[in-house]
Design a protein around this ligand. Structure first.
Ligand SMILES: [Fe+2]
Length: 393
């Protein structure tokens, strides 16, 4: 176990029906709020209408900024900042999945940021000019998709269509003042979004589980508990998508998966995310879909660097008998089981809808994907149809 510091100031209001508190929570901070969500809200439109009414009932003026897309761009953040400044808002409320919440966080920081906004994205090609934000407007987050844990961490992932980058900023001012987690808001989520969210949440745990250090028994069991809980919830939701108890437990598991509790002492990077971000930056693939195809491929490529960890995964997650079994035989089997789970519960709709038919940005990549000079050439197969990609890697 490595040395660590831990800090997380987010106040969480959790439970079915708790959305009703959004007006009072906002009123305790300010009188004018920028309400950030998607430009095509779909079923979320009804939720946004309810929030506008709840804010008005508590005397808070809502300034809608419904201009965010999946894989939100820095250009959208710039538009949001412009509106926030013009209206003199005192707080920012993000409503939606990780994209809407991340955009809301970046806008909240961007209002007070003195440099070009893309400079706040610290993990990027040109890191020399990157500067983390040191302040932000107060943030309230209302997640409607269990996935990113943006509601309880200090991160935001933003894309840049000009440079074809997708990267992130982690800074303490980006922690929400309060996050309202109401599982009832997730009851009508389609299988596709639910699956992508589950794949993303599991990937957050897997990054640390596979790529951290040894001798972290408490963290291991916490991570295993999160994975198993997500798997159990997905099993129940396959039978009944409106199972509120399963939706409730899935929501909390996804939040805990990346709110920092699993990280202390584990000292891991997030290599699978870095690969998946490139896929999204180049092809605008859904985040969870990218990870669903990257994870099994990554595991097959790197399991020999840490075989015992994969044996533990086989034993504790899939209940496989490991005694007397050679890792060379056992590990490929457990990776296949994990991939089968992704296909059956999370990955399949993701692969079919997104990774198999990648949506391109409007602007063409500077280099043709798959060309000899393209650093992504070896990963290009990940965007082919699932039967070839998920099974082969
Ligand atoms: Fe993620």
């Amino acid at each position: 176990m490595e040395k660590f510091e831990f800090y997380n100031p987010v106040r969480v209001v959790f439970g079915p029906g708790e959305l009703k508190r959004v007006g009072a929570e906002a009123r305790a901070i300010g009188q004018t709020a920028l309400l950030v969500s998607y430009k095509e809200p779909g079923p979320l439109k009804e939720v946004l209408g309810r929030i506008e009414k709840l804010l008005a009932a508590d005397g808070v003026k809502a300034v809608p900024f419904y201009g965010v897309s999946a894989n939100p761009t820095i250009q959208q953040v710039e538009e949001g900042v412009k509106k926030a400044k013009a209206e003199g808002v005192q707080l920012v409320i993000g409503v939606g999945g990780g994209s809407a919440m991340d955009a809301a966080k970046a806008i909240a920081a961007g209002v007070l940021y003195k440099q070009p906004l893309w400079n706040m994205i610290v993990s990027r090609h040109d890191q020399a000019v990157a500067v983390s934000p040191t302040e932000a407007l107060p943030i309230i987050l209302v997640p409607t998709l269990p996935a990113t844990s943006s509601e309880m961490n200090a991160g935001a992932v933003i894309s840049n269509q000009q440079t074809l980058e997708k990267s992130y900023v982690f800074a303490n001012p980006l922690y929400a003042r309060v996050s309202i987690l109401d599982p009832e808001l997730t009851l009508t989520l389609p299988a596709y979004q639910t699956g992508c969210g589950a794949a993303d949440a599991v990937s957050h745990v897997m990054e640390l589980y596979l790529n951290g250090v040894d001798d972290t028994p408490l963290q291991d069991r916490l991570m295993e508990g999160i994975i198993l809980t997500i798997m159990e919830c997905m099993e129940k939701l396959k039978k009944d998508p409106r199972d509120l108890a399963a939706r409730t437990n899935l929501m909390w598991a996804a939040t805990v998966a990346w709110n920092g509790w699993t990280q202390p002492g584990v000292a891991s990077g997030v290599p699978m995310h870095l690969i998946a971000h490139v896929l999204s930056a180049r092809y605008n693939t859904t985040h969870g879909a990218s990870l669903a195809v990257v994870m099994p491929a990554f595991m097959r490529r790197f399991w020999k660097t840490r075989p015992q960890r994969y044996v533990q995964f086989a034993e504790r997650i899939f209940g496989m008998e490991t005694k007397g079994k050679k890792p060379e035989k056992l590990v490929p089997q457990v990776i296949q089981k994990f991939e089968d789970w992704l296909k059956g519960r999370a990955c399949r709709p993701a692969c079919r809808r997104s990774a198999s038919r990648p949506r391109r940005w409007n602007r063409s990549p500077r280099r043709s994907p798959g060309s000899a000079s393209d650093p992504m050439a070896s990963w290009a197969p990940a965007c082919r149809p699932p039967r070839r990609t998920c099974a082969k890697s």
